[in-house]
Structure formats: structure tokens, C-alpha cells
Design a protein around this ligand. Structure first.
Ligand code: IMP
Ligand code: MG
Length: 185
């Protein structure tokens, strides 16, 4: 590992800060907001975030794909839709990271077209603002980072290393290890 970007303590602080703001935002809602985690990367973040959103809410998931190794391919495909009908609901799209902005821009457009929700709010633990290929601004971001590839706490390389409690910059050894493990199946 080259360096740790966020420890679990730092992640928790960001979850609390954003979670409490979201609780305030929807406190007087008639219908509970729907928090939609973008699989698979956002699962740990969504799980921790909602524990700080102390109001009734619904959790759902959507899955899209665009990444191939350490590079975004630029085209987004929908792999799994939400299970809730989110028409006329307040939705919160939760991502692990926004990089080129292509996935989030796709998701916002997708929800607007298909469901016409009452409102859409976007949240991500990490924001690689400097790497945008399409204009996109998050409503809530945990931490802005430079243009480096990161892993851990949901973020993967070859679907591995999502299960650490911290986010880190991998070194060549980590990447080689993933290559070796994934070559076995
Ligand atoms: P975007 O469409 O380029 O904004 O990329 C968004 C998706 O790419 C995220 O949801 C992640 O799944 C993945 N991604 C972007 N940067 C990284 C990274 O540094 N490590 C692991 N996955 C990443
Ligand atoms: Mg993702």
C-alpha cells in the first residue's frame, strides 16, 4: 500500500456530518426519502451513512457498470434497477466515488426520465473533481481527492479489496496481487 487516504475514523466523521445534514433536510417529509446505493462500491458507505440519518427512510440499490480495471470506459450500462417505484419520491443517490462524472450524470438522467422523482440529491464519499469528463457537481461529498486510483471500503480493483475499513492508494504489489488472484478463476 502506498498510503491511506481515509481511515475508518475519518470515514465515520464524514458519514456523521453528511448523515445529520440529510436528516435535517428530510425531517418533515410526509414520505420517507429513498437512499439508493450504487452497487457494488457504495455498499459500505451507504450502510454507515444511513446510521446517522435518524429519520424514517427506505434503502434501495441500483447497479451500473463502466469501469474496466483502473480506467473508466466512458459508456455506462444499467445492470440492475431499483426495486421501489420512486415516482414522486425524494431520492438520494449514494456513490463511493465520482471520477469522470459519467456514471452519476447517467444515473440522474436515468431517474429523471424513467421515474420523475420529486427531488434528486447526490452524495459520494470521494470526489475526484479534477478528472471530470462531463460537468457534474455533487450535493454532498465526503472528501475531494487528486487524480489517483484508490481501493478499499467498497472501492475495488478486479472486484477485490472492497472489504477494508479504510481507503488507500495501492502500490504495484497490491495490483499484482489482484491480477494474480483474479487469474485463478
Ligand atoms: P465515473 O463514471 O468516471 O465518475 O466513475 C464512477 C465509478 O468508477 C465509481 O462508481 C467507481 O465504481 C469507479 N471508480 C472511479 N474511480 C475509482 C478508483 O479510484 N478506484 C476504484 N473505482 C473507481
Ligand atoms: Mg461505483
Amino acid at each position: 500500500m502506498k498510503k491511506i487516504i481515509l481511515t475508518y475514523e475519518e470515514i465515520s466523521k464524514r458519514c456523521k456530518l453528511i448523515g445529520e445534514q440529510l436528516a435535517t433536510r428530510y425531517r418533515f417529509n410526509d414520505t420517507p426519502p429513498v437512499f439508493i446505493g450504487v452497487m457494488k462500491g457504495a455498499i459500505p458507505f451507504l450502510t454507515d451513512l444511513v446510521t446517522y440519518v435518524d429519520i424514517p427512510l427506505i434503502i434501495d440499490y441500483i447497479q451500473v457498470g463502466s469501469f474496466n480495471g483502473t480506467e473508466s470506459t466512458g459508456t455506462v450500462v444499467l445492470k440492475k434497477d431499483v426495486t421501489q417505484d420512486v415516482r414522486n419520491r425524494d431520492i438520494v443517490i449514494v456513490e463511493d466515488i465520482v471520477d469522470s462524472g459519467i456514471s452519476m450524470a447517467f444515473l440522474v438522467d436515468y431517474f429523471q426520465r424513467k421515474y420523475q422523482p420529486k427531488s434528486i440529491v447526490t452524495v459520494a464519499l470521494l470526489d475526484k473533481k479534477c478528472n471530470r469528463k462531463v460537468p457534474f457537481e455533487l450535493d454532498y461529498a465526503g472528501e475531494e481527492i487528486e487524480n489517483v486510483f484508490v481501493m478499499g471500503y467498497g472501492l475495488d480493483y478486479k472486484d477485490l479489496y472492497r472489504n477494508t475499513r479504510y481507503v488507500f492508494v495501492p502500490d504495484e504489489e497490491d495490483i499484482k496481487k489482484c491480477e494474480e488472484i483474479s487469474s485463478r478463476y
